[in-house]
Write a protein that binds this ligand. Sequence first.
Ligand code: SAM
Length: 196
Amino acid sequence: MDSTDVPFYVELARQATGPIVELAVGSGRVAIPVAEAIRPNVLVGIDTSRSMLDLAGEKAEAHGVQLDLRLGDMRDFRIDSPAALIYCPRAMMLLHTWHDRRQAFERVTAALKPGGRFVWNAFVFDHRTATEQDGRHMDNPVPHIVRYAKADNRIDIVLDDGGETASIWWATKNEWLGLIEVAGLRLETLYGGYCG
Ligand SMILES: C[S@@+](CC[C@H](N)C(=O)[O-])C[C@H]1O[C@@H](n2cnc3c(N)ncnc32)[C@H](O)[C@@H]1O
């Protein structure tokens, strides 16, 4: 999988002067390189999954870095001091509805210090690709079927073994811009890719 987002977020973290938070920190894929870059400051990582936080903690320890890992939901998080940078790689599209995203954006606004930045990434959704993939069976990385729920803006990854279905709810560029506006944020830069 393309990991060029890691140097992109590391560079933003280097520019931040103050606390840094990763929303939906997962296994620490981005958080660990960021934490290495901002030492001795400590990155706060928030996630709803205890098992992912445990994994991130183990990986951080193996890399000799410290993470401040907290169980929490990005729609309802609070931090102790205002953040200079809040970022969210690969996870905003896991929120189901515009309302969920709006809650997350509003919490971000409340948690940022003046001049602080919120940075996230989302892909541009291609209906043609989604339609081609709809119902297709794939063997990698594990056997699954992709389903496209058009009316719900949703793609489901349905595992053959009956395991938990993973879904993403895509949004348009204008929806993201609307969220910035309603949350009281100001657009600084809109990139078409990680190289800027
Ligand atoms: C695809 S992983 C991304 C992890 C990491 N940001 C990265 O880029 O490698 C998605 C993570 O989002 C977490 N997550 C999903 N919904 C969340 C929510 N509402 N608040 C916080 N974390 C959430 C999941 O538990 C999972 O660990």
